[in-house]
Structures are given as C-alpha cells and as structure tokens.
Design a binder for this molecule. Structure first.
Ligand SMILES: Nc1ncnc2c1ncn2[C@@H]1O[C@H](COP(=O)(O)OP(=O)(O)OP(=O)(O)O)[C@@H](O)[C@H]1O
Length: 357
C-alpha cells in the first residue's frame, strides 16, 4: 500500500481554459496516508470522477503531479499504477464460480495456487460468502454480486490503493447499511489505503476516518466526520452534512459583534478581520427553545421519530431546531437560544471566527 500525494492538481476538459470556470478541478493539494480510509464527498458535478480518473491514470491532469509514496506516477498508464477499483455496478464474470471470480486478479498476476487459495478463503470469510464459493456468479443477488466485486478489489495485498466509486448504488436501501459496515470492518482488517467516492454523506461518514468535501472543483474541507459536523469550515459543508443542515442566517457585523435580527449573538470566539457578506452558522442540534433568547414563532413542526425538527420564524428568517421530547405546536410563541460554543460567523461562505481555546 502507499501514501498518495496530489500536488497542485488542476484539470480542464477545455484545451484552452480562459479562467477558473473552465476548470473541473481548480487546485487540489492533498496527502493521503498509507493504510488510511478516506472518502471523497460532494454533489454531482463537483469533480469526484475527474479526480478518481486522474488517480487511476485514465486522465492526465492539465497541471500538477500525483505521487505514490515518493514515485511520480502522473504520466503512468492505469495498468502500471497497481490500483484496484470497485465500480457502481458489479464487475464479475457470470459464468465463473464465486471462487474463480475472487481468484481471478491473483491468477492474472501469476500468483501460485496455494497462495490464491489462502487469500480467497480469507477474503471470502471476511465477506461472509464462504458458502457461495462454488456457486456460479450468474445466480447471485445484486448485493452478493457487489460483495464479490468488492472482494476482487481487496483480494490482492500488493496494490497501492483500493478505490470505490459509489459502490452501493445498486444495493437495496435496507441492505446498504450492512455492506457499509462490512466495508468499514474490512478496512480495519486489511488496512489497505482506501478511497471511497460518494455523494452520500452517510456512506462517507460511516466509512472514512477522513472525509474530503468537494464543491465546484475545489476542496472545501478535509476532516474527520466529527470535525465536519462540529465545525464546518464553509457554509456548504454545514448544509451538505447533517440532516437537516446547518442554519445559515444573514447577519451584520458592528463593533466586533454579530447582530442577527438586531440582536447581538454570542459566537464561539473572536471575529477575524475581513470584508464580505456575513452569516451566522449554527446547527439545528445546537438551537434550543425556551423562555429566553430571540423571540420567535413556530412555523412548522416535523416529527421524525426520535426527535422533531421545529422551524421558527425570527423576523423574516427561519431557524431550524432539533427538539427532543415534547415539541411546541405550530403558531406557538417561543424564544431561541444558540449554544455560543457551536455558533460561528462565516464571511463569503468561509468560517470567520477563531475557535475557542
Ligand atoms: N469528458 C468530459 N468533457 C467535458 N466536461 C466534463 C467531462 N467529464 C466531466 N466534465 C465536467 O467536469 C465537471 C466535473 O465532473 P465530474 O464527472 O468529475 O463530477 P462528479 O462529482 O464525479 O459528478 P457525478 O457524480 O455526476 O459523476 C462537471 O462540470 C462536468 O460537466
């Protein structure tokens, strides 16, 4: 396995790019450690496939370098990069048995049959498919086929990286959580460098130790799932991660303080210098309803089982709060309080408060 470094990567599909808008990847600098579990998370069109294709060698970047450990592989073809890939749709041979499918990547590289057997049996056990080894792949359910596809990606122990591209797309929703946790477990057992590409926050946050969030060809934040949840570096991350996403409320900065609807809001720390449009960001989990704080009127209550999402109007703005226990009724007058340690200022989307020490 290898450490992966992406250095000053840029890519434009336009042969004569005129400005940043012509770049599918704007400037990517990133280091993935050997043996880590990473996710690349972002909405459709943010550049995930472009980045994946650059790492696998299907695409040469317009600018920058890719290193596996300290070796520059930027111009190496895919077959010289020693990468395993698991795609959205299972890639298996229907006419072969499950055993032969799992053995294929090893036999293809001339591995001796005794080693093939040891590796196939170990992977089959991890994936809990030992009882299917002698069945033809054609008769398997889509989720079992995808499990075998994952097994083919994981069976070799000499690859630099295993890349998963939206691997749960074809899996039934009720089986997704099972495969998701299986993959996490597999990573803990095999300790390969793994990159998991998805637009689904749950998949990214359950699988990865570190998540790279992308928007519009740029990395907006790299962090652990807790960091992304607790302290989004950009309002996009606040919106994209969480359910519902972070409240982003327009505010005015005067004399070093942030005012929302003419009320001074206590923030996590000092506001940094700068100019631009300012907003307060606070997650619904850190907004509480009670007798003190901003006067508000409940406009909507959605009971979603374990808790309710309450929407309340403060002037023209709507603030969401997660309420455990009994929720107020629509139309009720209330007050909102923001947890100061979890309330931040954003300027032009980027965090603009210093973290409390
Ligand atoms: N072959 C191509 N030629 C021109 N533009 C492309 C090509 N492939 C992708 N793009 C553009 O590059 C940008 C990034 O696309 P990319 O497919 O990398 O995003 P993505 O995050 O993987 O999206 P999805 O999840 O929908 O595949 C988009 O604006 C897309 O339209």
């Amino acid at each position: 396995m290898a450490k992966i470094t992406l250095s000053d990567l840029k890519h434009s599909y336009n042969p004569q790019p005129k400005g940043p808008a012509d770049y599918a990847l704007k400037e990517i600098d990133l280091e993935w450690s050997d043996g880590g579990a990473y996710a690349l998370l972002g909405p459709s069109g943010c550049g995930k496939s472009t980045l994946l294709n650059i790492i696998s060698g299907l695409l040469t970047p317009s600018n920058g370098r890719i290193l596996f450990d300290d070796k520059d592989v930027t111009h190496l073809p895919p077959n010289a990069r020693n990468i395993a890939q698991v795609f959205q749709f299972p890639v298996i041979y229907d006419t072969m048995t499950v055993y032969d499918n799992l053995a294929f990547p090893l036999r293809n590289r001339g591995v001796d049959e005794a080693t093939v057997r040891t590796r196939v049996m170990a992977i089959a056990e991890m994936l809990e498919v030992t009882d299917m080894l002698h069945r033809k792949a054609a008769g398997l359910s889509p989720d079992n086929k995808q499990k075998i596809s994952m097994g083919r990606g994981l069976v070799r122990d000499d690859v630099n990286v295993v890349m998963f591209d939206e691997p749960l797309t074809v899996i039934d929703p009720h089986l997704k959580w099972k495969l998701r946790s299986k993959l996490k477990e597999l990573h803990q057992k095999v300790r390969a460098t793994m990159i998991y590409v998805t637009h689904d926050q749950t998949e990214a946050l359950t699988f990865a130790d570190q998540v790279v969030v992308m928007q519009d060809g740029e990395i907006v934040q790299i962090g652990t799932p807790v960091e992304l949840f607790e302290r989004p570096a950009h309002t996009f991350v606040g919106h994209f991660i969480g359910s519902p996403g972070m409240n982003v409320l327009p505010c005015e900065v005067r004399n070093g303080g942030a005012f929302f609807e003419n009320t001074l809001i206590t923030l996590e720390g000092e506001i940094t210098q700068g100019s631009g449009a300012t907003q307060i960001g606070v997650r619904p989990e850190f907004v509480s309803l009670g007798d003190h704080g901003l006067p508000a009127v409940v406009s909507k209550v959605s009971d979603i089982g374990r808790h309710a999402v309450v929407e309340a109007k403060v002037g023209n703005a709507t603030v969401k709060a997660i309420v455990e226990g009994e929720a107020p009724v629509q139309g009720a007058a209330t007050h909102l309080a923001f947890d100061p340690e979890k309330t931040r200022l954003y300027r032009d989307g980027w965090i603009a408060t210093r973290a409390a020490t």
